[in-house]
Design a protein around this ligand. Structure first.
Ligand code: PLP
Length: 393
């Protein structure tokens, strides 16, 4: 069942036309590597692309993967989607196809993305220019160098910087460059980059889309003519999602909308409580009117997400004691799951950066990133309030 004009929650539950012949509400998993054909003519029909259908799972030609991609397409309001075995795999195909004339990466990006661009893809001739914070004003001038892909996250990790998707797309399109937004932090529930003017959107589905810290996956979505050229890369890199994680992810997408709305509400409550606590020097959360990117976030987002970054009124050593004193928040380097997680950017995502580079990105030793889960907000606030007892002001 597929409802073209339906709302996002209906799309999340009924967003695929691929259904079970026996009426099972959940498509059984096609846990097979290949599919048999009646004869050579039938095989060639699919292999040559004259008829779409199952063929070989690494090619993505498997009904479990089709169903996942169709559902995700419906939720995002995109024309086409490709599912990958991780967020990094999704980015690798994206950069391989569209980054060959150069990439401009705006704002702080996930550490793995920076590593991929700086250490690996540079060896293959894919050059990246990084523009941080207000250096985005130099985008126009930078694109005169010939780069044809602008890539960025909004909100960014961990400082939750907000970048104007429509304004960046305007500049990029004047230069004939494509715009790809890593929408992992916002999820399609809180932000639709394609509707704001971006050409492509990528995800680490490992985070909110999976939502239970039990599946590693990624997506790229956009117009069919932009997604089609990514298929040979995914096929040859062997980076397609497998049927079991695909089915798990399809299961998770059914509850995406309610989960993200609750993440938003819990994070807002945590951010407000932290802002009122004198032991916290600064709270970075797009939903707070005091946050510098708040007005822009209101303009382009429907919700402000589940990540709250706080800076405690204390040194790096005290910050470690706060982190280690948390009980409900678990110390783990991920985000977007039902359980609350905590990390210190200087010991995880930004560990390998020099002190100067951290300073350029506004990363301090007193910073704590909270991935606010779906526990009771009061319990999360009590956990933080208790852990902050080691801070003296
Ligand atoms: N993009 C963002 C914003 C991320 O936070 C991550 C992972 O933390 C990735 C991409 C990479 O995703 P994955 O770990 O699924 O490869």
């Amino acid at each position: 069942m597929k409802h073209e004009a339906a709302g996002q929650s209906t799309q999340a539950i009924h967003g695929t036309t691929i259904t079970d012949a026996y009426g099972a509400p959940h498509l059984p998993i096609y846990n097979t590597t290949t599919f048999a054909f009646e004869n050579t003519a039938a095989l060639l029909e699919v292999a040559d692309g004259h008829r779409s259908g199952p063929l070989y799972t690494r090619y993505g030609l498997n009904p479990t993967i089709f169903a996942l991609e169709e559902t995700m397409t419906s939720i995002e309001g995109a024309e086409s989607a490709l599912a990958f075995c991780s967020g990094m795999a999704a980015e690798t195909s994206l950069f391989a196809q569209y980054g060959r004339e150069g990439v401009v990466c705006v704002g702080d990006a996930y550490g793995g993305t920076m590593e991929l661009l700086t250490n690996q893809l540079s060896q293959l001739g894919i050059a990246t220019t990084f523009l941080l914070d207000d250096e985005v004003e130099r985008l126009d001038e930078t694109l005169r160098g010939g780069a044809k892909l602008v890539f960025f996250e909004t909100p960014t990790n961990p400082a939750l910087g907000i970048y104007d998707v429509a304004a960046i797309a305007d500049v990029a399109h004047r230069h004939g460059a494509l715009v790809a937004v890593d929408n992992t932090f916002a999820s399609p529930v809180n932000q639709r980059p394609l509707a704001l003017g971006a050409d492509l959107v990528s995800y680490s589905a490992t985070k909110y889309l999976g939502g239970h810290s039990d599946v590693t996956a990624g997506f790229v979505l956009g117009a069919a003519e932009l997604i089609e050229p990514l298929k040979p890369w995914r096929k040859s890199f062997g980076s397609c999602i497998a049927p079991e994680p695909a089915a798990l992810l399809s299961r998770s997408l059914r509850t995406l909308i309610v989960r993200v709305k609750q993440h938003n509400a819990n994070a807002q409550a945590v951010a407000e409580a932290m802002e009122a606590d004198p032991r916290v020097a600064r709270v970075l959360y797009p939903g707070l009117p005091s946050f510098p990117g708040h007005a822009l976030a209101v303009k382009q987002m429907k919700g402000f997400g589940g990540i709250v970054t706080i800076e405690i009124a204390g040194d790096a050593e005290t910050t470690v004691r706060v982190v280690d004193g948390l009980g409900v928040f678990a110390l783990a380097p991920s985000l977007g799951g039902v359980e609350s997680l905590v990390t210190q950017p200087v010991t995880t995502t930004h560990y390998d950066l020099s002190p100067e580079e951290r300073q350029r990105r506004g990363i301090t030793g007193s910073m704590i990133r909270l991935s606010v889960g779906l526990e009771d907000a009061d319990d999360l606030i009590a956990d933080l309030t208790h852990a902050l007892e080691v801070v003296t002001v």
